[in-house]
Design a protein around this ligand. Structure first.
Ligand code: BDP
Length: 585
């Protein structure tokens, strides 16, 4: 899937801005801003608690100049499900809240005429959605309402309320940009680029798809200054770039070339990097050199926009990554807006790209694999790979976060292994694949070890052995000795402690900033004892919003930064630790 661009052959009309909005159970229209989650834009509780359909509506007119072009309506993401209408006629439906979808509307949308675009958005989550909602009347970290017999016997139901089986607020709405883009009627429909390095030369294998399958293509590679360094003809081919500049992780140069593709009246420019990634033994290699992942897990989350795209905030966050001496992160727990990947391509920050398959875990009470289908999961995986396959910053796919791999080990293996194969089959670069594992009885897990890289989320000293850091460190060490024998590289993909910003204590007890520092120091000290550890990803970069509940005082406070990006003590500690190049030289 090509990201929409504007050039001499293509244009973009933005439909972002103010839209009409109403809850499906009301007649009253109000104003709402797009792109953004709707939940924080209103003063009333309803927008935070609502579960069901909301309706968005906007009038627009396309300029006459697009009359002879192909016109495509595109949504960056609508959370979670969408039905799209033009002038009252249904033109497309989409399932899943974090990937783009589009539709050729050349026949539906005339130029110079006013049209009405409306979108019915469903924010409900349940056992069959990604992320997974809880249908039993409980939410992540919520109690089962013991001691309220009327709830237990089903007389009082928490219906009409969102019950996430995950630890982030269920933000929803039209969260990413809405555009109509134009292309010539005969157009370039896809480009795939795979690179290799031999000696000092770069090899670029490309494939271009066009609307009519024709071969009439020119493919030029431009360097950073816009100078053509190589070129080819035809819909696929191999190009050699002598003495190539490599795309290297920050703080080295992440050099981007540009492919300029021309087909009849259409043209497209795609930035790409020459780099390789692979797993060899217990090493993760970037351009043939061992790479160590340093960087906290993230969320798309901010005060007013919720999960709405905010490119300025992305810029600030990546600059804070540089300040921290971090080199990578995981898009926990869903694919992010494309703007983040474009930024990370430029800035040399490596991404582990994650699907929204979070919450497939009912603590052994239910078998999640009897509820969800790997077909839907597989189609999301194909769509994510299709969207992100050309980004040099994307170095690994994460199939999901913290599924149950302990209570139903064979079912878990079958489910995740089929997805593992889909990822390798569909990614032209065949990047390494992982699934991020929950704290569990790891001796029963047969899934994690079947992945290319083992990724573990561990909260020794926080959710168990609470506050007992010495013994928590011993428990982590004991577990890592188990994984060391498996012979695969391992990333500690989450570990962390909540710290309420500004809460201090001479005795480092839980929730103080001092404790958060001690916690990270203890766990890092254990990581340093093992050679097969290839990365540390403290949870989380910044505090973030969650469902209200007894474990969350104004959200999750495991951030190195507060939600407004003020550093906590832990940020200074981590910055200092990561200034020592643990890796890649
Ligand atoms: C892990 C989840 C993450 C949570 C974190 C926590 O992967 O989404 O926010 O724990 O509890 O279970 O802070």
């Amino acid at each position: 899937m090509l990201y929409p661009i504007q050039n001499r052959a293509r244009s973009i009309v933005s439909l972002d801005g103010l839209w009409d909005f109403r809850f499906a159970d009301e007649d009253q229209w109000q104003s709402v801003y797009v792109p953004a989650s709707f939940n924080n834009q209103f003063a009333e509780a309803k927008a935070r608690k609502y579960s069901g359909f909301v309706e968005y509506r906007k009038q627009f007119i396309l300029p006459d100049t697009l009359e002879d072009s192909r016109r495509v309506l595109r949504f960056g993401a609508v959370t979670h499900n969408a039905k799209v209408f033009i002038d009252g006629s249904l033109i497309m439906e989409h399932r899943g809240g974090f990937l783009p979808f589009e539709c050729d509307v050349t026949a539906n949308v005339c130029c110079g005429v006013e049209h009405t675009l409306s979108v019915m958005v469903d924010n409900r989550i349940d056992n069959h959605t990604f992320p997974v909602g809880n249908e039993s009347g409980t939410y992540f970290f919520g109690s089962d309402n013991p001691g309220i017999p009327s709830v237990e016997h089903g007389k009082l139901k928490l219906s009409g309320t969102n019950l996430p089986n995950f630890d982030f607020f269920n933000y929803a709405g039209i969260t990413r940009s809405v555009i109509i883009y134009s292309t010539p009627l005969e157009f370039i429909s896809d480009i795939t680029i795979v690179t290799d390095i031999v000696g000092s030369d770069g090899y670029v294998r490309y494939k271009v798809e066009t609307s009519d399958g024709s071969d009439n293509i020119s493919f030029d590679v431009l360097d950073r200054d816009g100078v053509a360094v190589s070129s080819a003809k035809g819909c696929s081919g191999n190009i050699v770039i002598e003495n190539a500049q490599l795309w290297n992780p920050w703080p080295q140069d992440s050099y981007l070339y540009r492919a300029r593709v021309a087909f009849r009246n259409d043209s497209y420019e795609l930035p790409f990097g020459i780099r390789t990634v692979s797993v060899e033994g217990n090493r993760f290699l970037v351009n043939g050199k061992p790479f160590y992942f340093k960087g906290p897990g993230k969320h798309e989350d901010s005060f007013i926009r919720g999960r709405g795209v905010d490119v300025c905030l992305e810029m600030k966050d990546i600059n804070l990554f540089h300040w921290l001496n971090a080199n990578s992160f995981r898009t926990s727990h869903y694919p992010y807006d494309e703007s983040m990947y474009q930024l990370c391509d430029r800035e040399g920050i490596l991404i582990v790209d994650e699907l929204p398959a979070v919450g497939l875990n009912f603590g052994g009470n239910k078998n999640p694999y009897s509820l969800v289908t790997s077909n839907y999961h597989g189609s999301l995986l194909r769509d994510m790979i299709e969207r992100d396959k050309n980004h040099p910053c994307v170095v690994m796919w994460s199939l999901g976060n913290e599924p149950d791999t302990e209570h139903f080990p064979e079912d878990a293996f079958d489910y995740w292994h089929s997805l593992y194969l889909i990822a390798h089959e569909n990614d032209p670069q065949s990047r390494p694949v992982t699934v991020v594992c929950c704290q569990n009885d790891y001796t029963k897990d047969i899934t994690a070890k079947s992945m290319d890289v083992v990724c573990l989320n561990r909260y020794y000293g926080w959710y168990n052995l609470c506050g007992e850091l010495e013994i928590a460190g011993e428990a982590l060490e004991e577990e890592l000795k188990f994984w060391e024998k498996i012979g695969k590289p391992l990333i500690l993909s989450e570990y962390g402690a909540d710290a309420i910003p500004g809460m201090h204590s001479t005795v480092p007890e839980m929730f103080s900033e001092e404790f958060q520092v001690e916690y990270l120091k203890t766990m890092n000290g254990i990581l340093d004892k093992f050679d097969f550890i290839i990365g540390e990803q403290p949870w989380n970069f910044a505090d973030f919003d969650t469902q209200q509940g007894p474990m969350r005082a104004g959200g999750n406070h495991k951030g190195l930064f507060s939600r407004d990006r003020t550093p906590k003590m832990a940020a200074y500690y981590v910055k200092s630790r990561w200034s020592n190049n643990l890796d890649y030289v």
